[in-house]
Design a binder for this molecule. Structure first.
Ligand SMILES: *Cc1c(COP(=O)(O)O)cnc(C)c1O
Length: 460
């Protein structure tokens, strides 16, 4: 098929929105390690999990074998409000770079919450509602997940309690107000509303909070309030399952034009957008049907894959959550306060960690000033103001495209553009003012938090 028959935007029809999510675990020979009960060191049972998560989500979390899950009609109808998401051929960026590479991006920022997180928020809220629950609790950092969840809860009539990392609560009042507009209650974390929050405040009165700490508070509130469960916007197997809609749509759009990507790139915080984007491609790779280079991009200031340890660790600072086996910097790791680019979680999805460990994907880390340079270059030619998180993927995609320019290779690159950056303008301001700096943790910083990894059987 000739080059110019590919449009700038490849849209699927509403009818072509996938009807099933794809569970990548079904095709993994080495399954991701199970979550462990921190008290017993034994795999968490469905019963233990059901005090924290909704029943259907527990089933999805534990299911390593069912390849496809039907997307309930109500969720699919909600998806129709903002999906299918466009797959864009970045002709303008290719031209600006002067590269022979063909660049495509899957844009997930076409909804008010501004990111891919809504794909899982609506699914998790739906199952909570279906179980007859009153509400859900969660944490949010910069606020994208909390915003997505409050939209989904408003739609379904569920109560939504959000614990927001204190520094973001204070510095990002706008996202907080979006959440409140959708009816969520938003509490700065650590707070004095939970035991774990009070304990952390007593020990570190000046703390500006962290995601791990907000998770501890949200879990405590869920397990101690009847009719509430906890929901999480990334990391978990169930979240990657829901996010597979990204990759399934992207693949369906590329298949329409007979395009096969050589390189697939996504930013990695907890791993949900990357896990979702690569799902059907990685499935083919695992089944030996096709090969793809898959690259995770993370901030140099929070380098879980590239400098972390593959081990069981807590997902939270309060150490009350189950243990997950993942690439981790240690649950007490907090990225430098000057880091403005998001992707601040200390750990990583167990699915992606296993795949990385087994050599099915690569990872690179990039410094935030180079990330914002890429964001600026992209915004000026492609028009979209990208989220700082997404801009990590842009950075790596541009770097690969420039490599193609040197070698003359006409590679096809697909990357995930996870969201928009309208609420991140303080970070853009630092960049525009030339005052953005890069603070990279030292080996000692990382060794210190990794030394505190929990003791579990078979691990140090
Ligand atoms: C939350 C978020 C991410 C990172 O989370 P993952 O679970 O790693 O996908 C990336 N981009 C945007 C816009 C986000 O909101």
């Amino acid at each position: 098929m000739s080059e110019n028959t590919i449009p700038y935007k490849i849209y699927l029809t509403e009818d072509e929105i996938p009807r099933q999510w794809y569970n990548l675990r079904a095709d993994m020979k080495e399954k991701p390690a199970p979550l462990l009960n921190p008290g017993t060191g034994q795999p968490l049972t469905a019963e233990e999990m059901s005090g924290i998560f909704c029943e259907e989500l527990v089933r999805q979390e534990l299911d390593n074998n069912t390849a496809y899950y039907d997307i309930p009609e109500d969720i699919r109808n909600f998806y129709k409000m903002y999906r299918p998401a466009p797959l864009v051929r970045a002709y303008c960026l290719e031209k600006a770079l002067g590269t022979p590479a063909k660049i495509y991006y899957k844009f997930e920022g076409n909804n008010t919450s501004g990111s891919h997180k809504l794909n899982s928020a609506i699914a998790q809220a739906y199952y909570a509602k279906k179980q007859g629950l009153k509400g859900v609790t969660t944490e949010t950092g910069a606020g994208q997940w909390g915003t997505a969840l409050s939209m989904a809860c408003a739609y379904l009539g569920l109560d939504c309690k959000v614990y927001m990392v204190k520094v973001s609560y204070e510095q990002k009042p706008f996202r907080r107000e979006v959440m409140r507009t959708y009816g969520a209650s938003v509490t700065p974390s650590p707070s004095d509303t939970t035991n774990v929050g009070r304990k952390i405040l007593a020990e570190f009165p000046d703390t500006t909070g962290s995601l791990g700490c907000a998770i501890s508070e949200a879990v405590e509130v869920a397990v101690s309030n009847p009719g509430y469960r906890y929901v999480l916007g990334s990391v978990l197997n169930q979240v990657l399952l829901h996010q597979s809609i990204i990759g399934l749509e992207a693949k369906a759009a590329l298949d329409k034009y007979g395009v096969k990507p050589d390189i697939i790139i996504g930013c990695a915080g907890g791993g949900s957008n990357l896990g979702g984007l690569i799902a059907p491609f990685m499935g083919e790779k695992l089944r030996g049907e096709n090969d793809y280079r898959i690259i995770a991009v993370e901030p140099a200031s929070c380098p879980s894959f590239t400098r972390g340890t593959f081990a069981y660790d807590f997902c939270d600072t309060g150490m009350i959550c189950p243990l997950a086996k993942m690439y981790t910097l240690g649950s007490s790791f907090i990225p430098s306060a000057n880091h403005a680019g998001g992707l601040r979680f200390h750990g990583m999805s167990s699915i992606l960690s296993q795949l990385y460990h087994d050599g099915y994907m690569e990872a690179v880390s990039v410094e935030q000033s180079s990330v914002f340079e890429a964001a600026e270059q992209f915004a000026r030619v492609e028009g979209i103001l990208p989220a700082p998180e997404s801009s990590h993927a842009i950075r790596a995609a541009i770097d690969e495209a420039l490599r193609c320019k040197e070698t003359g290779e006409e590679k096809t690159i697909l990357f995930g553009l996870t969201g928009t950056g309208y609420f991140d303008l303080v970070a853009y301001q630092l960049f525009n003012d030339g005052t953005m700096t890069d603070v990279i943790p030292t080996d000692e910083d990382i060794a210190k938090s990794v030394a505190a990894l929990p003791k579990v059987p078979g691990q140090g």
